[in-house]
Design a protein around this ligand. Structure first.
Ligand SMILES: [Zn+2]
Length: 431
């Protein structure tokens, strides 16, 4: 618990070792300023030019890719998961190794999320990930999927949860999460928050948001105390996490409360339906301090990316590019297609003509189709390289377009092609 006289709005002197500079502001066709912007995040392990897509390396590895491949495809930073690394191999192992970046052989900037999402989704999720589609606000606040055991329980001080690996019981609190994330040693960490779902009642959202605010103060107090006691380590930045589900007043209040605290940046978290994504990110961007970066947790679809950037998100992450790659799905400017189809058997063109990634410069659809069918692991690697490159590059193009004043032309051009719903136009279908 923080000491009685602790003021969470007071900055720590070492926060100067992290920085964010806003570059160009997005402007509407009539020249009026909008919420989107370019910028540069400065960390002890280098810069991140924003907007940027952060490659997800949940267990300290971007699945199927070496750090050299991740760097070559253009990713500037990686995001790992405190919950997973705490359970396996243990945060103390990463601490002894010299921190996350050193342990995984990645010399660029790193992020860790707090573990809150994973821990809480054990309790309220109907699957491993919460189903945002089935909105039923009349349901009980402690709904558990039929036939599923509740694996997490929240109280004022923190949360008890059972490991998904072996069922052992563990405790996360703001202080424990900060301790774990300091041991893991990423450049950017997230405060421990309570994740609610769209199934929770408004009354519960209000109660939960207050708890997340109290937890945010405790996270800052513990973070500053660990920053002082762990001398000789690089400064780790701490982002507060904005909850409040789909309620405008709750989201704005959360931004005002946490925006007044000495966080280095902010994460926009929790229950977001695709239809409300831009509106909710917009509310947050209007309220949060202009000079601090904003991370949006868990998006990668091209339409969501443009919406998020337009409404002021600076960085985002998502597991999709590598996850769908392992099921042979690949991104193209004309939509997402599945390489397992028979038409690719004799298609000797690259995944995407003109794509600059290693997979497209060196291999054909026919070859990668063969690898996938033969269950060769290289298919995962090559499609993951392409999909990560596609996503990183799309965000980089959006950044350039903000600089050039052509953002809305680019958005129209990309989305009208990606969502045209036409068959894959490239290559020669098998006879
Ligand atoms: Zn490619």
């Amino acid at each position: 618990m923080p000491q009685k006289n602790f003021d969470p709005s007071n900055q720590h002197p070492r926060q100067e070792e992290f920085g964010f500079e806003v570059g160009t502001r997005l402007t509407a066709e009539d020249g009026s300023p909008m919420l989107g912007r370019t910028g540069v995040i400065r960390t002890p392990h280098g810069e991140v030019k924003t907007p940027a897509f952060i490659a997800v390396g949940t267990k300290a590895t971007v699945k199927a890719l070496t750090p050299a491949q991740v760097k070559e495809l253009g990713a500037q930073a990686t995001l790992s998961n405190a919950y997973h690394l705490y359970l396996q191999p243990g945060a103390d192992i990463l601490d002894e190794a010299g921190g996350l970046g050193k342990f995984m052989g990645w010399d660029g900037p790193t992020f860790t999320d707090s573990g809150g999402f994973q821990v809480m989704s054990l309790g309220s999720g109907f699957k491993k990930v919460i189903d945002m589609k089935s909105v039923d606000q009349s349901g009980p606040d402690d709904a558990v999927a039929p036939g599923k055991e509740r694996l997490a329980n929240v109280d004022e001080d923190g949360v008890w949860f059972k490991s998904h690996l072996d069922g052992t019981k563990h405790r996360f609190s703001p202080e424990i999460s900060m301790g774990v994330q300091h041991q893991i040693g990423a450049d950017i960490m997230f405060a421990f928050d309570e994740l609610t779902t769209l199934q929770n009642s408004r009354g519960y959202q209000v109660e939960s948001l207050e708890r997340t605010r109290r937890w945010a103060e405790r996270c800052i107090a513990e973070h500053f105390s660990l920053t002082d006691s762990r001398e000789g380590k690089d400064y780790q930045a701490l982002f507060g996490v904005i909850q409040g589900a789909q309620y405008e007043d709750l989201r704005r209040k959360a931004c005002q409360d946490l925006g007044a605290m000495a966080f280095d940046g902010f994460g926009i978290g929790g229950a977001l339906e695709k239809e409300n994504l831009g509106t909710i990110v917009g509310w947050c961007s209007e309220e949060l301090p202009e000079n601090k970066p904003r991370h949006l947790l868990g998006i990668s679809e091209p339409d969501d990316i443009f919406t998020a950037i337009e409404n002021g998100a600076d960085t985002f992450d998502c597991v999709s590019p590598t996850r769908v790659a392992r099921n042979s799905a690949f991104y193209t400017p004309w939509g997402r297609f599945n390489l397992s189809g028979a038409r690719y058997k004799r298609d000797f063109t690259p995944l995407v003509e003109g794509c600059e990634c290693y997979a497209c410069k060196n291999f054909t659809r026919a070859y990668i189709h063969h690898l996938y069918k033969a269950k060769e692991l290289l298919s995962h690697t090559l499609i993951s390289i392409h999909n990560e490159h596609f996503t990183v590059n799309l965000v980089e193009s959006a950044r350039q377009a903000i600089e050039d004043g052509t953002f809305f032309q680019l958005k129209e051009q990309v989305l009208s092609s990606y969502y045209a719903g036409k068959p894959d136009p490239q290559g020669q279908p098998a006879a």
